[in-house]
Design a protein around this ligand. Structure first.
Ligand SMILES: Cc1cc2nc3c(=O)[nH]c(=O)nc-3n(C[C@H](O)[C@H](O)[C@H](O)COP(=O)(O)OP(=O)(O)OC[C@H]3O[C@@H](n4cnc5c(N)ncnc54)[C@H](O)[C@@H]3O)c2cc1C
Length: 330
């Protein structure tokens, strides 16, 4: 087996897929460098702080674990207190898991000890003299790597790797849909409704009481409302205030009751929220097995799909470095 510490690997994105692949690579002796454009990790495992202990999970609402490897990862998170079961009264046919006290807590233990460059956007990845030059928005000098792993949403990967024709063609097959998220807190609790209402109307995909999740403050009655992919697509270019106003108008109709007085209200646009048409394989690789492109959009629209892609990439990178098996899934 090769000395893995000598292969320089860049991982782009510190969501579930990127952190999973970097953690597994590190456990195999690699020393990956993770580039993350946000100031924190988690990606769409996202929580907005909005005042003293008030939070809204405005991305993924909960996680389900169906495969054995993801179930073990979640069991570990549950045991260490990084996650807890969420069992709303009107739910559910399978266990729902949430990060505690915020969604990205789920991946924080895996991210511990990784070299993560936060607030660093990768702006270009250029192949020259047999190496990858990773350019960023920071003051860092261009860095060179043997292998690049990308775990960003497929449309963004399409732009970053437009020059890699086979990869760009495969990426074109994937469709991701947007989602407008409304975060609203009421002065007095909204009563007489379930804590989670899925498919509330054609325009509202999910309404959930954030403050009912374990580990969240109940100081305000906080709700997260996700618009449907169709509504979000039609209203994609609204500004945040307009989107919030329209979604607030729809909410009483969907709930069948008037809203209490609003304490605070925000909207967030996820331009690439959920996978509408997945790739159908856990990642894409170039012929040389030096570029691996993945994320949730490979296999589905769930956090588990991101985990699956990240884990498959880590195994393929190790196989490519050791020359033990072919790496390309697509
Ligand atoms: C509104 C909404 C609701 C959802 N609900 C659920 C749910 O209930 N259950 C469920 O299982 N899933 C849900 N999902 C989907 C789930 O959140 C995703 O499947 C999963 O989190 C994706 O993980 P990922 O690592 O593939 O991508 P991401 O989490 O998107 O991570 C990619 C990371 O790359 C970073 N990045 C992007 N471009 C660059 C760049 N150029 N340079 C550096 N960094 C970059 C981003 O900042 C991000 O941190 C939901 C998603 C949304 C948006």
């Amino acid at each position: 087996m090769s000395d893995h510490s000598t292969s320089k690997i860049a991982v782009i994105g510190a969501g579930m897929a990127g952190v999973t692949s970097a953690r597994l690579l590190q456990s195999r002796g690699f020393r990956p460098t993770v580039f993350e454009k946000s100031r924190g990790i988690g990606g769409r495992l996202a929580t907005r702080r909005a005042g003293d202990a008030i939070t809204f999970d405005h991305g993924a609402q909960y996680i389900t674990a169906r495969s054995a490897p993801f179930q073990s990862a979640m069991q570990l998170a549950l045991k260490t207190g990084a996650a807890a079961y969420w069992r709303p009264a009107n739910a559910v046919t399978e266990d729902w898991i949430v990060g505690t006290p915020a969604m990205n807590a789920l991946i924080k233990p895996s991210a511990d000890g990784l070299n993560i460059r936060l607030a660093t956007t990768v702006t270009a990845v250029v192949r020259a003299a047999g190496r990858w030059h990773v350019q960023t928005n920071g003051n860092d000098p261009d860095d060179t790597f043997d292998i690049v792993v990308s775990t960003i949403p497929s449309p963004q990967a399409g732009r970053l790797f437009a020059a890699e024709h086979a990869i760009a063609t495969a990426l074109n097959r994937v469709v991701m849909a947007p989602c407008w998220a409304l975060m609203v807190a009421f002065v007095t609790p909204l009563t007489g409704v379930d804590d989670v209402i899925e498919s509330a109307s054609d325009d509202l995909a999910c309404i959930s009481r954030n403050s009912a999740k374990p580990g969240r403050s109940t100081a305000q009655d906080c709700w997260v409302v996700h618009a449907s992919p169709a509504w979000s697509t039609r209203h994609l270019e609204l500004d945040r205030e307009q989107a919030a106003a329209l979604m607030l108008e729809m909410l009483p109709r969907a709930l069948g009751r008037p809203l209490p007085q609003i304490a605070q209200c925000h909207a967030h646009r996820w331009r690439y929220a959920r996978t509408a048409a997945p790739l159908g394989a856990p990642f894409i690789a170039n012929d040389e097995h030096t570029l691996f492109v993945g994320g949730d959009w490979c296999m589905g629209a769930r956090v588990e799909a991101a985990f699956e892609s990240g884990a498959a990439i880590a195994a393929a990178v190790a196989g490519a470095v050791d020359g033990t098996h072919g790496a390309a899934a697509v």
